[in-house]
Design a protein around this ligand. Structure first.
Ligand code: NAP
Length: 327
């Protein structure tokens, strides 16, 4: 068996290298990868700005979908030949990748591997940050910034399925309309006028229980202003800047909680626990087609740089994926 994987010789030179696929550890499976999801973190890793954790594969790629090709000796839930999607600890931009068995979800026949590869990172990120850290519960109002993003497009559908009122933001009128079609009741255009004014005019000033902030920077003060008393704000990205000035009085006057996390640093046990909750609370809606991954475009593995450029430009809607069988 041969594995082909992407190696960035320099940030602008991607090579396909061949070797032998790694053997799975006792709790791991080897997946013959059909598609791999692309994430913003991969672009930063390519540029040398986000080195993988020491125990992770140096090969890029955090999520895959394909077929189980080999099982570790302690695996019992999956069988060879099962179609799965999975979170990897790196190594996804490849024809074969390793994942822990408890970080896999069995794909229903209704989902292609192209769609499956768009799911694990978004499901885990939204579950951990919105439901666990943000403590979102049914009938609350949640603002998921960046509704057109890979994270946002799944997050809106998950939060809707959990019985909450979902608000969002996007960067143009047509993108706002598309985000509304995913289930958001109101979507503000972050490139046109004041977000606070738009949400206030829509009746949501001080009424938002949980906010998932994918962009940081100047959004943070708007988050604090829009949050309801006892609101929870979870920051997971810094596209608008790592540094910002906030009015701390807003934090204590409203008893707000400001938190954040990065999935890459979450330990394997925590990830497995989240997968277990997702299998129970979210996966049935994915299987039923009520939560649908949105794939903007699939690129052949060899065209990874073009795919990264597409993501950098931010013109995609939903996810970009790599076709790992197309060299
Ligand atoms: N901490 C974690 O564990 C974790 C995990 C996954 C992702 N993330 C972070 O979450 C963010 C989204 O990830 P993704 O994979 O879903 O990315 P993505 O699909 O590339 O989406 C990014 C979207 O953000 C919007 N955007 C761009 N510039 C913006 C700005 N200045 N202000 C507000 N929105 C802006 C764009 O949509 P519009 O043009 O429509 O606004 C763009 O489509 C990234 O920052 C990523 O690093 C964090």
């Amino acid at each position: 068996m041969e594995r082909r994987y992407i190696h960035f010789e320099t940030p602008e030179l991607a090579k396909i290298i061949s070797d032998t696929p790694p053997a799975p550890g006792p709790e791991e499976v080897l997946i013959a990868v059909d598609h791999a999801g692309i994430n913003r973190a991969d672009l930063l890793q390519r540029l040398g700005l986000y080195p993988p954790p020491e125990d992770a594969s140096p090969i890029p790629g955090l999520e895959v979908a394909g077929t189980v090709a080999a099982l570790g000796k302690n695996c019992s839930a999956l069988q060879e030949g099962d179609r799965v999607c999975a979170l990897t600890h790196g190594g996804g931009y490849a024809s074969h990748a390793i994942a822990r068995e408890d970080h896999c979800l069995k794909l229903p026949n209704s989902l292609s591997t192209e769609q499956g590869a768009a799911l694990p990172e978004a499901l885990l990120t939204v579950w951990y940050n919105v439901v666990e850290r943000g403590q979102l519960s049914a009938n609350e109002t949640v603002l998921i910034h960046g509704g057109s993003s890979g994270i946002g497009s799944i997050g809106i559908q998950m939060a809707t399925a959990l019985g909450t009122n979902v608000l969002s933001t996007a960067g143009s009128t047509s993108r706002c309309n598309a985000v509304e079609a995913l289930g958001a009741t109101f979507v503000a255009n972050h490139r046109e006028g004041s977000l606070i004014e738009q949400f206030t005019d829509a009746g949501y000033d001080g009424k938002i229980d949980v906010i998932l902030d994918i962009a940081g920077g100047d959004l943070m003060q708007a988050n604090l202003d829009l949050a309801a008393p006892d609101g929870r704000i979870v920051c997971i990205g810094v596209m608008r800047g790592m540094q910002t000035e906030i009015n701390l009085a807003t934090l204590f006057m409203k008893r707000l909680t400001l938190t954040g996390s990065t999935l890459r640093r979450l330990d394997t046990g925590e990830r497995a626990r989240c997968f277990s909750a997702i299998r129970e609370r979210i996966w049935p809606q994915v299987v039923a087609g009520d939560i649908q991954p949105i794939v903007d475009q699939a690129y052949p593995l060899a065209e990874v740089l073009a795919a990264h450029e597409h993501m950098r430009l931010g013109t995609h809607f939903g996810k970009l994926v790599l076709d790992c069988q197309m060299g």
